[in-house]
Design a protein around this ligand. Structure first.
Ligand code: UDP
Length: 467
């Protein structure tokens, strides 16, 4: 295969249009017309972020159910209203350990108002605790992911003491109580005093836990009416019914909502991303498990055959010492290649991430270990041909060669970058199928549907027992 030809550019009055390789017309893979930036973007590896990105924007108001109608269709909105009818007026309490930051809080921020709008009043409570509690639960979290840890009696006492404190403070008068993750798991001790259905929603991967930490938590978990996991591969054997609820993204959030061409172009101009040539992107924290150095190596191999640029958009390197080390490793691997653009973005840059993903020709998520992999969901939702490591929840999202491609090595990733850039019709097809897969399974509205169904199932089970 010969190296792709450089792009021809044709000037018209005012705007200048650029011809993109490999599509052969002036549209990118999303079918959008690409306008060459008026100011040629600055090249080089270290980008100075524009001052406008240095402060968080005000959060937009949460959307209403009807706002989703143009995306999922009236029939789906009606289906949600229909499902809600049987549980109308029944109440739900969601309990987790933080109201800001992290995927669970982000999801509850949308789920709670939508359920309430469907006349299933949903209340969200956050447990409180001292630093000692959160140190213990952080250690539990890491141990449940397989990190080595010595569970002490003191750690157990701290965990139980704060759970007890929260239990005394909280009321459990709702019809369904949903406890998220291990931190508040011992609130189940209030079960006897309540007639609610108790559900444990586990967002983490329990496939390879530290045995002692799991043995400590298991007796709490087994008292629930049901447990929910995010992927089959994250679950454990339990004597209670288990349900599979995929994580979800909100198609109306800043991160995922439609952006018009001018908005995408503006962000690319600000960040110095040249849209006249193919763009391969990975969005991820600078973390070794996301393998950003492997992405640079794969890009460099593919680059011998196809013209492209690499964008590595990450964050967290400023307040995470390990992130800073990984960022340094990435810069060293990149060397002085001016076509590798490394962006260390603040956490509130949702719209910028959205625009970068939309401007990309291909998206890569070359993780070595992964949770569910929401960046993959986001990429697929934008119709982008996506190449990702076959780990964690990624195989739930990427059906190889149908909704994306799965890879297991640097060489495999390089091959797929080269293949997809030189087979734009196949790339377009898997991108479109990926978007449909997300629409069906991983949108917030599908998540609302799962909660309504589960609530109805638990209610029916209880009324059958009462007969
Ligand atoms: N993300 C972000 N800015 C960054 C890097 C990541 O906003 O610089 C977002 C990304 O868009 C996604 C989430 O953080 O929504 C990462 O979720 P994922 O499940 O992919 O990985 P995690 O970081 O939780 O391991």
């Amino acid at each position: 295969m010969s190296k792709a030809k450089s792009n021809s550019k044709s000037k018209t009055e005012g705007a200048t249009t650029a011809t993109l390789a490999p599509g052969g017309d002036n549209s990118n893979h999303a079918g959008q017309t690409v306008t060459e930036p008026r100011v040629p973007p600055a090249r080089g590896r270290d980008r100075q972020l524009p001052a406008s990105l240095m402060t968080p924007p005000a959060p937009p108001p949460p959307p209403h159910l009807e706002d989703y109608q143009p995306i999922i269709g009236q029939a789906q909105v009606d289906a949600l209203r229909f499902l809600a009818r049987e549980v109308k007026g029944k109440t739900i309490k969601m309990v987790n350990s933080t109201s800001v930051g992290g995927g669970v809080a982000e999801m509850l921020n949308r789920l709670v108002p939508l359920l309430s709008e469907l006349e299933v009043p949903t209340h969200w409570d956050v447990i409180t605790g001292g630093n000692d509690f959160f140190e213990v639960t952080k250690a539990f979290h890491n141990a449940l992911h397989g990190a080595s840890y010595t569970l002490t009696k003191a750690a157990q006492d701290i965990f139980l003491m704060y759970n007890e404190q929260n239990r005394e403070r909280m009321q459990f008068g709702e019809d369904m109580v949903v406890i998220h993750d291990p931190q508040p798991a011992a609130l189940i001790h209030s079960r006897e005093k309540s007639s609610a259905h108790w559900v444990w929603r586990c967002h983490i991967d329990l496939s390879n836990p530290d045995a002692r930490v799991w043995e400590f938590l298991r007796p709490f978990v087994e008292q629930y009416d049901a447990a929910i996991f995010s992927s089959q591969s994250f679950a454990r054997q339990l004597p209670i019914p288990q349900y599979l609820f995929y994580p979800c993204i909100d198609p109306l959030s800043e991160k995922n909502k439609e952006l018009d061409e001018a908005q995408v172009q503006k962000v690319c101009d600000e960040l110095g991303i040249d849209r006249s040539r193919p763009i391969v992107t990975q969005v991820s924290r600078f973390d070794r498990l996301k393998d950003p150095v492997g992405v640079v190596q794969a890009y460099k191999l593919a680059r011998k055959y196809v013209d492209c640029q690499l964008v590595l958009a990450g964050g967290g390197a400023k307040d995470d010492p390990e992130g800073a080390v990984v960022l340094q490793e990435v810069k060293e691997a990149a060397g002085n290649d001016a076509d590798i653009i490394i962006l260390d973005l603040p956490p509130w840059c949702a719209r910028e991430i959205n625009a970068i993903q939309r401007a990309s020709t291909l998206i890569v998520q070359k993780s070595i270990r992964e949770g569910f992999g929401l960046t993959v969901t986001e990429a697929l939702w934008k119709g982008k041909p996506t190449i990702a490591g076959a780990v964690g929840g990624i195989p739930n999202q990427i059906i190889h060669k149908l909704t994306g491609v799965l890879v297991h090595s640097v060489e495999g990733c390089a091959f797929q970058i080269r293949y997809l850039l030189t087979h734009p019709e196949f790339a377009r097809r898997i991108g479109a199928a990926g978007r449909e897969h997300v629409k069906e399974n991983f949108l917030m509205t599908t998540n609302v549907k799962r909660w309504l169904l589960l609530f109805r199932i638990l209610q029916q089970a209880k009324s059958r027992l009462a007969l």
